[in-house]
Ligand binder design. Structure first.
Ligand code: SF4
Length: 393
C-alpha cells in the first residue's frame, strides 16, 4: 500500500467514533474481547495476552454534538468526559466488553462512577496507579491491580493467560514503542518529511487496531520517511506539552504547523509513548513484575503522575534540548487541573534555562483558531528574527 493510502486509512480509523474496525475484528473469531481504556496510559499488553484488543477512548473530539453529556457535568471542567458520556449514551461504545479508567484526576474517577450508574460493559475498573515508586510498596500494589484487571478480562472470555503469552505481548508492544520513537527521531532531524497531522493520525489509529497490524503500518511509515522527501521550510521547531489527556482538535495541530512551527515532540496520545524504552524482558521471571517495574522506573513525565521534587520541569527542558527545539508551546485543555497546576512550575524551569514559550488553552471541540494562529505566528517570528538559530546536524 502507498504511504498516502496508509495515512488515509489511519485518518478514517482514528476518528471512527463507532470503533467499527475493532468491532469487526472481534467478530472474526470466537472469544475475542474489546476493552476500552480512557487516557492516559494503560498497559495494553494485558488485554492482548487475553485474546483481546485494548481500544483508546479519547473523547469525541469535534466530531459529535454534545447534548446529553452536558447534563452530566458542571460547566467548569474539561470537555472530554462529556464527549465520552455522549458516546456511551448514543450506543457508540456498545460491543465493548469492559472499561478501564486509569487514575488521572477526579474527572476520570467520576466518569468511572457514571459508567457504573449507566451499567456499561461487563466490568468497569478504576485503575489506581502507585504513588510510591519502590518495587516493594508501589510495585506490589500495582501488580495486584494488574492481576485484578486480568481476572476481570478473563472472566468474560475464559482465556487462560500464561507467562509466555504475556511476554509475547510485551515484545510486540516493545516493538511498537521502538518504531514510534524511531519515527520521532527522524522527524526531529527532518520534520518536513512527515507532518504532525499525519503522524497524529498514524498513532491514533494504533489505539483501535491490533498491535501486529499497527507495527506493520509504522514500518511502512518509517520506510517512507527514511527517503529524502520534501523540502525544509523556514519554521521554528517546538515541543508541545500539556495535551496528554483531552486531545487537541486536528485543526489546532494543523494551525500550529501552518503558523510557522514544526512540532518535533509532544505529549499527544502519550499512552502509546508512556514507557520510555523497552519493558525489559531479561531481568525478571514474572511479566507482570516487568510491566510494573517499567511503570515505576521508565514512565514519561506527565502532569498526570506524581513526581517527587521538581523533576518534571527538568525533564521538559532536557527533552527540548535533546530535540533541539527552539521553543515550547504549553497547550492545555481548558479546566484541566493537572496540566494547568503544573504549567507554572514547568515554565519557571524554562525561564531559568532561557527557553522561549507561549501558552494557550483549547478544548477538543474548539473550532476557531484565528487567535491561536496569530499567537503562534508571532512566537515563531520572534524566534526567527531575534534568536540564535538552533543548528540542526
Ligand atoms: S483533561 Fe485534565 S482534567 Fe480533564 S480528564 Fe483529562 S486530566 Fe482530568
Amino acid at each position: 500500500m502507498k504511504i498516502e493510502q496508509i495515512i488515509n486509512k489511519c485518518k478514517e480509523l482514528s476518528f471512527d467514533l463507532d470503533f467499527s474496525y475493532a468491532k469487526n475484528w472481534k467478530q472474526e473469531k470466537p472469544n475475542r474481547i474489546l476493552v476500552g481504556f480512557m487516557p492516559v496510559y494503560f498497559p495494553r499488553e494485558l488485554v492482548h495476552a487475553a485474546n483481546g484488543l485494548a481500544i483508546g477512548i479519547l473523547g469525541s473530539g469535534d466530531r459529535k454534538q454534545i447534548i446529553k453529556g452536558d447534563a452530566f457535568y458542571q460547566s467548569y471542567i474539561c470537555h472530554i468526559p462529556r464527549g465520552i458520556i455522549e458516546l456511551a449514551l448514543d450506543g457508540n461504545l456498545d460491543g465493548i466488553d469492559g472499561f478501564i479508567f486509569p487514575s488521572i484526576c477526579d474527572v476520570i474517577r467520576n466518569l468511572s462512577g457514571m459508567f457504573k450508574v449507566l451499567k456499561k460493559g461487563a466490568f468497569i475498573k478504576y485503575l489506581d496507579y502507585p504513588q510510591n515508586f519502590s518495587d516493594k510498596t508501589g510495585g506490589t500494589f500495582y501488580i495486584n491491580e494488574l492481576k485484578h484487571v486480568l481476572s476481570e478480562i478473563t472472566k468474560i472470555n475464559g482465556a487462560e493467560v500464561t507467562d509466555e503469552m504475556l511476554w509475547n505481548s510485551i515484545c510486540l508492544y516493545n516493538k511498537n514503542r521502538e518504531l514510534i520513537e524511531e519515527i520521532y527521531d527522524i522527524k526531529q532531524q527532518y520534520p518536513w518529511r512527515l507532518s504532525m497531522e499525519d503522524l497524529y493520525h498514524v498513532l491514533r489509529a494504533g489505539m483501535v487496531m491490533p498491535v501486529e497490524e499497527h507495527n506493520r503500518i509504522l514500518e511502512e511509515v518509517l520506510d517512507s520517511i527514511n527517503a529524502n522527501i520534501g523540502e525544509p521550510m523556514d519554521k521554528i521547531r517546538v515541543v508541545v506539552t500539556g495535551a496528554f489527556c483531552e486531545q487537541p482538535p486536528i485543526g489546532l495541530i494543523k494551525t500550529i504547523e501552518m503558523a510557522g512551527c514544526y512540532i518535533i515532540d509532544d505529549d499527544f496520545l502519550s499512552g502509546s509513548r508512556w514507557i520510555q524504552g523497552n519493558i525489559t524482558t531479561d531481568d525478571s521471571n514474572d511479566p507482570l513484575e516487568a510491566i510494573s517495574r517499567a511503570y515505576l522506573t521508565r514512565s514519561r513525565f506527565s502532569a498526570s503522575v506524581y513526581s517527587i521534587g521538581d523533576k518534571k520541569g527538568k525533564s521538559l527542558v532536557s527533552l527540548a534540548r535533546r530535540r533541539r527545539a527552539d521553543g515550547i508551546i504549553f497547550a492545555a485543555p481548558s479546566f484541566c487541573d493537572p496540566a494547568l497546576f503544573d504549567a507554572p512550575m514547568l515554565q519557571k524551569e524554562c525561564d531559568g534555562s532561557d527557553l522561549r514559550y507561549i501558552s494557550f488553552q483549547y478544548s477538543e471541540n474548539t473550532g476557531q483558531y484565528k487567535v491561536i494562529k496569530e499567537q503562534v505566528g508571532a512566537f515563531s517570528d520572534s524566534i526567527k528574527l531575534w534568536e540564535e538559530p538552533v543548528i540542526n546536524n
